[in-house]
Design a protein around this ligand. Structure first.
Ligand code: ZN
Length: 132
């Protein structure tokens, strides 16, 4: 389902098992990050090692198990693991032989965040129907 208002957009990632990769920048009109939802089938791998010029990446493993390669080091990953990768690092990911792996990749410009939740969030007087 897609929906949009003045200050938001909602979309759906669809059938990620079939699509393999969905990027959300255009879909959600993101202005500070690129987010992708990815699924590799059992035994599948991203077919190249890549780095970035300016962007760090955070990989969030949502489901399954696999293996990461970062600058020549290889290690196992599983559901619940989160991995931050510096822009210059060469990285690759694969699913293990028995299970697909599903993960989010959030890409943002390294050192661009100037305010965190505590400094940027503002509590408003507005209330949804479920808050009294
Ligand atoms: Zn990347």
């Amino acid at each position: 389902m897609k929906k949009a208002g003045t200050n938001y957009r909602m979309s759906s990632i669809g059938d990620i098992q079939t699509l393999g990769r969905v990027t959300l920048r255009d879909e959600l009109a993101l202005t500070g990050s690129e987010i992708s939802v990815n699924e590799l089938p059992a035994g599948g791998s991203v077919p190249f090692v890549h780095s970035h010029k300016r962007n760090e990446e955070v990989y969030i493993i949502l489901k399954g198990r696999g293996r990461f390669y970062i600058d020549g080091e290889e290690f196992d990953v599983e559901e619940g693991n989160v991995i931050r990768v510096d822009p210059a690092a060469g990285r690759c990911v694969r699913a293990d032989g028995q299970t697909p792996i599903r993960y989010l990749c959030i890409q943002t410009e390294a050192n661009s965040l100037v305010q965190f939740t505590q400094g940027d969030g503002v509590i408003l007087d507005a209330k949804p129907s479920w808050l009294k």
